[in-house]
Design a binder for this molecule. Structure first.
Ligand SMILES: Nc1ncnc2c1ncn2[C@@H]1O[C@H](COP(=O)(O)OP(=O)(O)OP(=O)(O)O)[C@@H](O)[C@H]1O
Ligand SMILES: [Mg+2]
Length: 505
């Protein structure tokens, strides 16, 4: 690879937002036919660097060199012309148009002054065939899954003959099968000579895909490792600036108190057929299962965010009826939702207001807002979870993904819940922030909070849980405790692969 010429070089790139330098002096070379992973803690500047490449931001200083020639990218059109495509985590398609219409958007083919739909669909279909896509060029985008919509974005890049494809945390919303398909596709494109820049926090993906990994920290380029000398402890040290010993730091000595939550035969007649489980004070209970098994829906049932058609919910032994999340919050339940953009955060509001929102909702019965107390709550939260914000009035939308997640968690710790439901608490979160979130969970358990954690990351379930329930097709397929909590046992229950997985009551 070293004798190849880089297709793209970023030289001494800096980017300033107000007084703050998100990127200080970053230089990076990208070669054709490589998967170049970009890693770094939340807020390190990865997405900012990529947005500069895609023309969404203009660099404050620095130079971009394309095929050996200086190239200025002053807007998305320049990036397109340079053959650079960025696939954002949030899909960027027009949902009501067809696949072909999306791919030709802005450059529609015409014939005798009319849009030539037939030819656009044919050309699109050819690209889709190359990707072995299972949907048609005339399908409406809104009818496709997230994974398929991602394929449309990739098809669009291929159709434009992009030479550099940037993917920013592309697997966050994919199931494991969809992830496998994406990886096969990414490798195929690499083998065809495309340069791929791949951003992810998941070490396993980095190992599987990357030919080279570069690390950013605090807006600076730290270094790169080639595939052959990848080591996760070295990567962590580069990202965090210090070694992280035990990521989970599980405290097995925490005493379990009384039962806080009990679900008896809970169901919604749709995604959750029947589920019974319980969580005690001081206990961290994992809820595992494949994507689509009904885990998030079960959490929504408990939280009053989804109508229940059967079963009962008991809080400290008393039957409760929640007709809305508001009732659940009043009863001392907090819930971190899976999708922070859609359900959780108010991106245009300040960090401070996002953090105290649940407290305000709970306390507004009294019709007094204690602004001083709210400020104290949010600044304590910002400090204790190490949220990186210039000041608490900055809007949440301007924070990096992992810091947004920490804000959401602070919102729920601020209400001092007796039960905290966490749906994918570390999705899109870097290792340093992960260890802070795990420490926060352990602290809360120590204070007697009952925690129910949904996670698709098996190491996290195994590392943090006292007990684990595994869901399959809307039902609890089994329960595991102590030594029986292994990735193998969980997968066996989740897939129904074997009946012999040890079930511990
Ligand atoms: N539009 C903006 N206005 C102000 N600050 C911004 C803006 N965009 C990014 N930042 C800041 O720049 C820094 C880098 O953010 P960036 O999104 O590039 O991080 P990241 O490495 O992609 O993190 P993550 O892994 O969490 O996605 C952060 O401190 C962020 O708050
Ligand atoms: Mg990012």
């Amino acid at each position: 690879m070293s004798e190849k010429k880089p297709i793209l070089q970023m030289r001494n790139i800096a980017k300033r937002f107000g007084q703050f330098y998100a990127l200080k002096d970053v230089s990076l070379s990208i070669y054709p036919g490589e998967i170049h992973a970009l890693m770094g803690e939340n807020g390190a500047g990865k997405s900012t660097l990529m947005k500069i490449l895609a023309g969404a931001y203009t660099a404050t200083s620095g130079e971009i060199v394309l095929d050996g020639q200086p190239y200025s990218i002053n807007g998305p059109k320049d990036a397109l012309r340079a053959g650079i495509t960025l696939i954002y985590q949030e899909i960027n398609l027009a949902p009501n148009l067809t696949v072909a219409e999306n791919i030709f958007l802005g450059s529609e083919l015409t014939r005798n002054g009319m849009v030539n739909r037939r030819q656009m669909e044919e050309e699109t279909q050819q690209v889709l065939n190359r990707l072995a896509a299972r949907f048609k060029a005339n399908a409406t985008v809104s009818s496709l899954t997230i994974a398929e919509q991602q394929q449309v974005e990739i098809a669009r890049a291929l159709h434009r003959n992009s030479r550099v494809l940037v993917m920013d945390e592309p697997t966050a919303a994919l199931s494991s099968r969809e992830t496998d398909r994406l990886f096969a596709l990414v490798k195929q494109l690499r083998d065809e000579g495309m340069a791929i820049i791949y951003i992810s926090h998941r070490m396993a993906e980095i190992y599987e895909l990357s030919d080279r990994v570069s690390v950013l920290r605090d807006g600076q380029y730290i270094g790169s490792l080639m595939r052959d000398n990848l080591s996760s402890s070295e990567l962590v040290r580069m990202m965090v600036g210090r070694p992280l010993n035990d990521l989970f730091n599980k405290d097995r000595t925490i005493e379990k108190g009384q039962t806080v939550l009990e679900c008896q035969h809970l169901g919604d007649g749709n995604k959750v057929l029947e589920a019974s489980l319980m969580v005690r004070a001081g206990e961290i209970v994992g809820l595992s299962g494949l994507v689509g098994a009904g885990r998030s829906e079960l959490a929504q049932l408990i939280f009053g965010a989804r109508p229940r058609t059967r079963g009962e919910l008991l809080l400290r032994g008393n039957v409760v009826q929640f007709s809305s999340p508001r009732d659940a919050i009043d009863a001392g339940i907090g819930m971190l939702t899976e999708n922070r953009k859609e359900q959780g955060l108010f991106l245009e509001m300040a960090v401070h207001d996002n953090i105290v929102m649940a407290t305000i909702e709970r306390d507004s019965h009294f019709h007094v807002l204690d602004e001083g107390r709210n400020r104290a709550i949010s600044s304590t939260a910002i400090k204790s979870l190490n949220i990186r914000v210039p000041h608490s009035q900055v809007t949440v939308g301007g924070l990096s993904g992992g810091n947004q997640q920490k804000c959401l968690i602070s919102r729920w710790t601020a209400i001092h819940p007796s039960l905290l439901i966490l749906d994918e608490p570390t999705r899109g979160v870097d290792v340093g922030a992960k260890s802070e979130i795990y420490r926060m969970m352990t602290d809360m358990a120590r204070k007697g909070v009952a925690i129910l954690m949904i996670s698709s990351e098996l190491p996290e379930i195994v590392g943090m849980s006292d007990r684990v329930y595994v869901m399959r097709a809307g039902e609890i397929a089994g329960e595991l405790a102590d030594e029986a909590i292994t990735q193998e046992n969980i997968m066996a229950l989740a897939t129904g692969a074997t009946q012999s997985a040890s079930q511990v009551a």
